[in-house]
Design a binder for this molecule. Structure first.
Ligand SMILES: CC(C)(COP(=O)(O)OP(=O)(O)OC[C@H]1O[C@@H](n2cnc3c(N)ncnc32)[C@H](O)[C@@H]1OP(=O)(O)O)[C@@H](O)C(=O)NCCC(=O)NCCS
Length: 218
């Protein structure tokens, strides 16, 4: 396990199996790398690495969230952040914000990311018109935990890693006495939407460019 701390993944020596464990401070570089590979339209991840590291430092130090990583062949390939205490998480929002100067620097140095983001928002506005809401959506229990972020390195996608991470979040929610788990996804993110729908999550009415999904836990 110690071999994995801080190492970004390489494609050499992959094995099919891996394990889930809680993230630690030594995983930050690997987590930043998975994010950079997974969110090409996000200024937080495509901008200055310092801002990205600060976000992870704040998240790993927070009692309001648990980060789980998928580790295989001595490297971290995927992660999810499960928020378990929404009030504290929202109160701590300022700690996760990129400082103004770093943010401006990221904006100036990533014009392609800014353009892609604007384009993505426009595309999402079109998709929003076609989103159907299931008739029983309003009956779903209000989730007390939610998946804030989930990502898998591109070279390990399609192998069930995200499914395992989601199941771990659901199991933790049950342990904590929760009856439902939620998450929100950007409209147009087809891979993620398919993953959630296949895993039994039900879409609520879209809010802005995103849509909330909820799964009731037996
Ligand atoms: C969305 C994302 C997390 C999915 O990760 P993933 O590990 O590829 O997801 P999974 O493998 O668990 O499931 C995806 C597909 O693989 C399939 N799969 C599961 N186990 C499999 C296996 N052993 N062999 C082959 N395929 C498998 C799943 O059935 C699913 O199939 P589908 O494409 O027909 O629906 C990943 O694409 C990603 O990181 N995207 C960028 C970040 C992002 O958008 N995150 C979500 C923000 S809300």
């Amino acid at each position: 396990m110690t071999r994995a701390r801080g190492r970004a993944p390489t494609t050499q020596g992959l094995s099919q199996d891996g394990r889930l464990r809680r993230a630690a401070g030594g995983d930050i570089e690997a987590l930043v790398e998975v994010c950079r590979q997974s969110f090409p339209r996000s200024l937080r991840w495509q901008g200055t690495p310092r801002g990205a590291r600060q976000w992870w430092q704040a998240v790993l130090a927070s009692p309001a969230a648990e980060t789980w990583v998928f580790e295989s062949s001595g490297a971290v390939w995927g992660f999810c952040v499960l928020v378990i205490d929404p009030d504290t998480w929202l109160r701590e929002a300022g700690r996760r914000q990129v400082p103004l100067l770093l943010g401006l620097w990221s904006l100036a140095s990533c014009p392609a990311v800014v353009a892609a983001k604007i384009w993505g928002r426009l595309a999402a506005a079109v998709v929003r018109r076609t989103c159907a809401v299931p008739p029983d959506a309003a009956d779903r229990p209000d989730p007390k935990t939610w998946v804030e972020l989930i990502a898998v390195h591109p070279v390990r996608r399609g192998g069930g890693v995200a499914r395992q991470l989601l199941e771990a979040c659901e199991a933790r929610t049950r342990d904590l006495g929760g009856a439902a788990i939620g998450l929100s996804v950007e409209l147009g993110n087809e891979q993620a939407l398919r993953l959630y729908e296949r895993a039994g999550y039900v879409g609520m009415a879209p809010a802005g460019a995103r849509r909330v999904y909820v799964k009731a836990l037996p």
